[in-house]
Design a binder for this molecule. Structure first.
Ligand SMILES: C[S@@+](CC[C@H](N)C(=O)[O-])C[C@H]1O[C@@H](n2cnc3c(N)ncnc32)[C@H](O)[C@@H]1O
Length: 351
């Protein structure tokens, strides 16, 4: 597990983390798992780990500077029960935790995305609440604090729509929680005289995830042993790489609802064309390179080795789409492909 650990054993390297890793192995002991998403400067997770020495605490954060500050704080505190992961919160929840393994999730002042058009970026919504219900152990809890009242009510409505939960207190919302740590943001908003809204729920029932939740978080369905798709084409004449590069389409390649395949750019290599791609599936967005390169009697299309997307259906679909475009452009023959059948036929219908 050594190769997983970077920066003095506290921050985990996301590309090296398998789907649903053994946390027991990573921490070197079995223990209840406490998760904080959006750790900021790490004050809360240090407090949490000190308060719960017999728990394994995981902090997730997308901002690198914050992550490094948090790492320093964990290190100075001499804590061995904290690991930090640079990853988006819903991706972490769907990718890193097996069903019924989390004891608690904490959110302290998650970004509320005030603007109406940014509302769908909020971490907690109905789908997230279902996802969390499948990851929490029975009796596990969700605790959040925000200074933005509309978000607090939205979160409560989302929790109340899922039968897995009951409120932690008589009512799910309160404006004070004695003994709870005051983070940097708490102190900042407090100094400005703002009110806080604490929301708490406990999971009391196991739920089966509905299809729409699985589509919103496609990593939930990955087992971790899936292979990357690739396609081999046989060409009738030598490939004009420059022409292929110049004619490769850019922009939107495919869209159905919130499933999108978008070509950002295209680069000419040595007997190769590299496509810079963004694949969106529900709340998951993966950006990676696809390489179209000389191979035996033709070309091979596959994820570039410098990229590490998870092999979701969207990635299969993207490889299939690109291969079929190349196949048509080069008037090539399909030799073999390892794309998922459904993704292949979707691409086939689109091209
Ligand atoms: C308003 S700050 C609060 C920081 C800290 N919890 C506190 O109370 O001082 C929100 C933090 O959440 C992080 N964040 C926002 N959205 C996130 C997401 N979807 N996944 C992981 N981290 C996220 C931001 O980078 C930022 O550090």
């Amino acid at each position: 597990m050594g190769e997983l650990l970077t920066l003095e054993g506290i921050i985990l390297r996301p590309q090296a983390l398998p789907v649903r890793p053994s946390w027991e192995h990573i921490f070197g002991r079995p223990a209840p798992l406490l998760l904080e998403v959006g750790i900021g400067n790490g004050e809360f997770i240090v407090w949490l780990a000190e308060q719960n020495p017999s728990a394994n605490c995981i902090g997730v954060e997308i901002n690198r500077d914050y992550l490094l500050k948090a790492r320093n704080r964990v290190k100075s505190a001499g804590l061995t029960n904290v690991r930090l992961v640079p990853m988006e919160g819903s991706k972490a929840l769907s990718r890193l935790f097996a069903p019924e393994t989390l004891t608690a999730l904490y959110l302290n002042f998650p970004d509320p995305w005030h603007k109406k058009r940014h509302k769908e970026r909020r971490l907690v919504n109905e789908a997230f609440v279902w996802l969390l219900a499948s990851r929490l152990v029975n009796g596990g809890q969700f605790l959040m604090v925000t200074d933005y009242e509309p978000y607090a009510h939205e979160v409560i409505t989302a929790f109340e729509s899922c039968p897995a939960y009951v409120p932690l207190w008589e009512k799910p919302l309160r404006t004070e929680l004695t003994g709870y740590y005051q983070t940097k943001y708490a102190r900042k908003w407090s100094a400005l005289g703002r009110s806080f809204f604490y929301i708490g729920f406990r999971k009391i029932l196991n739920v089966e995830l509905p299809e729409w939740v699985l589509q919103t978080y496609p990593l939930v369905s990955l087992k971790g042993d899936e292979t990357m798709p690739q396609v081999a084409l046989k060409t009738r004449q030598p490939v004009d790489w420059s022409k292929l590069w110049q004619s490769f389409p850019k922009g939107l390649l495919w869209q159905r609802g919130d499933n999108v395949v978008n070509v950002k750019d295209c680069y000419l290599g040595d007997e190769a064309v590299i496509v810079d791609l963004v694949v969106t599936e529900g709340r998951l967005m993966q950006r990676f390179f696809v390489s179209i390169h000389a191979y035996r009697e033709g070309v091979m299309v596959k994820v570039h080795e410098a990229s590490h997307p998870d092999p979701t259906r969207g990635v299969h679909r993207a490889i299939a789409l690109i291969s079929l475009i190349v196949k048509r452009f080069l008037d090539a023959e399909l030799q073999h492909h390892s794309c998922e059948a459904h993704a292949w036929s979707e691409a086939f219908l689109a091209i």
